[in-house]
Ligand binder design. Structure first.
Ligand code: HEM
Length: 447
């Protein structure tokens, strides 16, 4: 059972905020981090206080996350800090080589507040749809001159849902979203784990999303020595992924032209993603575009038209890899992202557009990093050699083999080198603590 008064609502429900601000905060002292956590315990939106627990479209919400640096500054006991996952305590920049963040995507090129010369970020406050941040409001503004002001630096990223629910390449996004057991949100077909024996979809075990609960292996998620800090919380992946829609459009056009008059640029784009722009899964034409009830191999509602190289199949192979029944359920992500469109950095420059990629997972290494590294940046598991994902693969400075992208059309595999369509602009791993954990952090003493 999940205590809904403890869990921040973003963990359990797909955030479909219309507008989202992420305030990244550098705090001055240990007392200021503790005070922020203490105040947040009364302000954050929990699964119990969310206006519409299973549908947060356009409903105000406030969430607080702490980075590894933030938890370190708060001064939790060494034994507890050492029990936290190293991916989290070291931070995302440290994971760059694993994640494929190289060249223009590398941390040395990241934007504020994650640039190489920026001060450490301790906390992020997520404010959706005009929510009142209450006692957190003073923290969201920095004051460089007043040394008694808690916040030394504050940087804001904003995202806006596009009216048609598309991401920047023009595809409907957020269609596949696994339901979490005991979250109160039912698993609709496709949104969960496929049980090959029961021949049906079921929700993912709570512990894949909420720490301190049983996960798909039957073990309790999180580390026993950090139980009070982790229980009823989760880790959130924050990544600003700049997209290059013109490059993507031109690449699809060129490829279509080379394949002859019968192939349209739309067909190429759909083949690379695995869904058409309106969401319809390739090969399931005529079905409801939002339908997510399909498999790649099983005869039930199956589609073989989605090639192993398509983004949706690499990101979630469903039943299509060896031992899928045991493996796929351990690498589930709960995506909570939103597109962004930033004003030009300098006059005359172009606006920067992309995805504020947000994903919940209980285990950063096993869930987010595994999907990013083993499935999206390496094609080995899919019989694609070193090929990287068509959409998010980092091909800048990559070898010739790594720069190849496959496209499956009507059962025929085509292959060619493609440009990079997504550049990482920065990001971090944060812990979304429960309200009790926030109070615990707020109440830490040095003696
Ligand atoms: C700018 C970068 C990205 C774009 C434009 C993008 C786009 C899309 C689109 C259009 C879909 C299909 C809609 C849906 O099923 O909800 C999708 C699905 C998905 N994406 Fe991405 N994506 C991006 C990055 C990522 C990253 C970095 C990951 C993981 C590390 C990821 C994981 C997934 C997953 C798990 C699915 C659901 C697949 C399924 O269950 O069928 N995506 N993405």
């Amino acid at each position: 059972v999940i205590d809904r008064t403890e869990v921040q609502s973003l963990i359990l429900a797909p955030s479909l905020a219309k507008h989202l601000s992420l305030h990244f905060l550098t705090l001055r002292t240990r007392e200021h981090v503790r005070a922020l956590a203490w105040h947040a315990a009364d302000v954050v939106t929990t699964a119990a206080t969310a206006v519409a627990p299973d549908d947060v479209v356009g409903h105000p919400s406030v969430h607080l996350g702490l980075t590894g640096d933030g938890v370190r500054l708060a001064g939790v006991p060494g034994r507890v800090f050492d029990a936290l996952p190293s991916a989290f305590t070291r931070g995302m920049a440290h994971a760059a080589a694993r994640l494929g963040d190289q060249g223009a995507s590398g941390p040395e090129c990241w934007a504020s507040p994650f640039g190489p010369d920026d001060p450490p970020v301790h906390a992020v406050v997520l404010v959706a749809d005009g929510a009142e941040p209450g006692s957190l409001a003073p923290y969201l503004r920095a004051d460089r001159n007043d040394k008694s002001h808690p916040t030394a630096a504050a940087v804001r990223w904003t995202g806006d849902r596009r009216p048609d629910g598309t991401e920047v390449f023009g595809f409907r996004d957020g269609l596949s979203d696994p339901a979490i057991e005991h979250s109160g949100i039912d698993a609709t077909p496709g949104n969960g784990v496929w049980d090959a024996e029961q021949r049906g979809w079921r929700p993912v075990a709570t512990g894949e999303a909420v720490l301190g609960h049983r996960d798909e292996s039957g073990a309790v998620a999180g580390h026993p020595d950090a139980a009070h800090l982790e229980r009823d919380g989760s880790y959130l992946v924050v990544r600003k992924l700049q997209q290059h829609p013109e490059e993507f459009r031109k690449a699809c056009e060129r490829w279509a032209t080379d394949l002859g008059p019968k192939v349209t640029p739309e067909a190429v784009a759909a083949g690379l993603v695995g869904r058409h722009k309106d969401g319809t899964v390739v090969g399931l034409d005529g079905r409801d575009p939002e339908a997510n009830d399909f498999l790649y191999r099983d005869e039930r509602a199956s589609t073989i038209a989605v090639a192993p190289s398509a983004h949706i199949r690499r990101a979630n192979p469903r039943d299509s890899i060896a031992a899928a029944n045991a493996i796929v359920r351990r690498h589930v992500l709960f995506r909570r992202g939103i597109p962004y469109l930033d004003p030009p950095a300098t006059s005359g420059a172009e606006r920067e557009a992309g995805l504020l990629f947000l994903a919940i997972c209980a285990d950063l290494r096993r869930q987010f990093e595994f999907v990013q590294t083993e499935w999206l940046q390496d094609g080995n598991r899919f019989g694609l050699g070193e090929e990287r994902d068509a959409l998010v693969g980092a091909r800048e400075g990559a070898t010739e083999e790594q720069s190849q992208v496959s496209l499956g059309l009507d059962g025929v595999r085509h292959r060619r080198p493609l440009a990079t369509f997504v550049t990482t602009r920065g990001g971090e791993y944060v812990l979304l603590p429960s309200r009790s954990a926030l109070r615990l952090l707020g109440d830490l003493r040095d003696d």
